[in-house]
Design a protein around this ligand. Structure first.
Ligand code: NAX
Length: 326
């Protein structure tokens, strides 16, 4: 019998949590044979709501769920965790600048980084979803001396999936026909979706999709999709964000399926001129269960290179803004 994996989820009673938990519990993230123990962290004020969500998970009768722990104590939530999904953080308030959000959420990730380092399994894999996710991940990673840097990721898979959705709509094909589209950089409007090496039904994307739409609309739509969802729904993306977290961890453990590589914001080793140590979205390929490599040798066009510099500059300035937390 396969031993259960302990999956800790922070902010588990929030919007994303409400979509995420059930899919982790059903086996969509780690496969149909992998039992899980859910270790759910919330603020004290949301503990009752969390218990209600846990009751619903119980009521689904998922065979893979071995236990559900609901707590407001970080040490309990992260105890022996194999995977941590850091979703909980303060949402951006009306008119709040990105730089203010970074300062407001930074301390959450200092504390959680330390608590993960002190309590989780030595090879724990961490995915940071809470925004600004790249820099929050950097803060948490900086607090953890025991857990390898390769184990700290931030989520840009939603941005990749949004790009794939747009391209499949434009080409009138299934999303499954779109391959090897990825995103460079920060999970912010400076991100750089890169379709240069992507294909649709085996053909280069530029040969299949209207060039005018690609130039005028595609990139802008992907980069500003989060805002458009809020405008339409009155709330930020939740189910699609949960889906992207499932995709990210699924691929990290079980492989990238029909894609040769996928977008993961990981600790830069200097590849492609990205300063070492930044949490930066690269095309990554999976080399084993829970291990990855940044894909090397991808040709970067002049235009993409220029835009990459903007997203690098933004991440460097975010790092400077939280220098006291690193
Ligand atoms: P919600 O406000 O619905 O839920 C967040 C939950 O986190 C709340 O229940 C809150 O009580 C809890 N929380 C806050 N601080 C906590 C702490 N210190 N410890 C434990 N729990 C804590 O937000 P939701 O819509 O679920 O979004 C969560 C985060 O994901 C936000 O930061 C959001 O900006 C970010 N997103 C990231 C995306 C990405 O692609 N990386 C896309 C979707 C989303 O915008």
């Amino acid at each position: 019998m396969t031993a259960p994996l302990r999956v800790a989820i922070t902010g588990a009673a929030g919007q994303i949590g409400y979509s995420l938990l059930f899919r982790v519990a059903s086996g969509e993230m780690l496969g149909p044979d992998q039992p899980v123990i859910l270790q759910l962290l919330e603020l004290p004020v949301a503990l009752d709501a969390l218990k209600g969500v846990a009751m619903e998970v119980t009521d689904c009768g998922f065979p893979l769920v071995r236990d559900i722990i609901c707590t407001d104590d970080q040490a309990t939530a992260f105890k022996d965790a194999d995977i941590v999904l850091c979703v909980g953080s303060k949402p951006r308030g009306p008119g709040q600048l990105r730089s203010d959000l970074i300062k407001a959420n930074g301390p959450i990730f200092t504390g959680q980084g330390q608590a993960i380092d002190a309590n989780a399994s030595a090879d724990c894999k961490v995915l940071v979803v809470g925004n600004p996710c790249n820099t929050n991940c950097l803060i948490a990673m900086s607090q953890a001396k025991r857990i390898p840097k390769e184990n700290w990721h931030a989520m840009t898979r939603l941005d990749q999936n949004r790009a794939v959705g747009q391209l499949s709509n434009a080409a009138g094909v299934s999303a499954g026909d779109v391959k090897n589209v990825f995103v460079w950089g920060n999970h912010s409007p400076t991100m750089v979706p890169d379709i240069t090496h992507g294909t649709i039904g085996g053909e280069a994307i530029a040969d299949v999709v209207d060039g005018g739409w690609l130039a005028d609309s595609f990139d802008q739509t992907v980069r500003t999709r989060g805002k458009a969802i809020i405008a339409a729904r009155g709330k930020s993306s939740a189910a699609s964000a949960a889906n992207a977290a499932i995709d990210h961890v699924h691929d990290w453990f079980l492989g990238t399926g029909h894609n040769d590589y996928v977008s993961m914001a990981v600790c830069s080793d200097g590849s492609y001129g990205v300063p070492e140590g930044l949490i930066f979205s690269f095309p990554c390929k999976i080399t084993g269960r829970g291990t990855y490599e940044i894909v090397q040798g991808i040709e970067v066009s002049g235009e993409v290179r220029e835009r990459m510099q903007k997203t690098i500059d933004e991440l460097v300035s975010e790092r400077e803004a939280v220098a006291d937390l690193l």
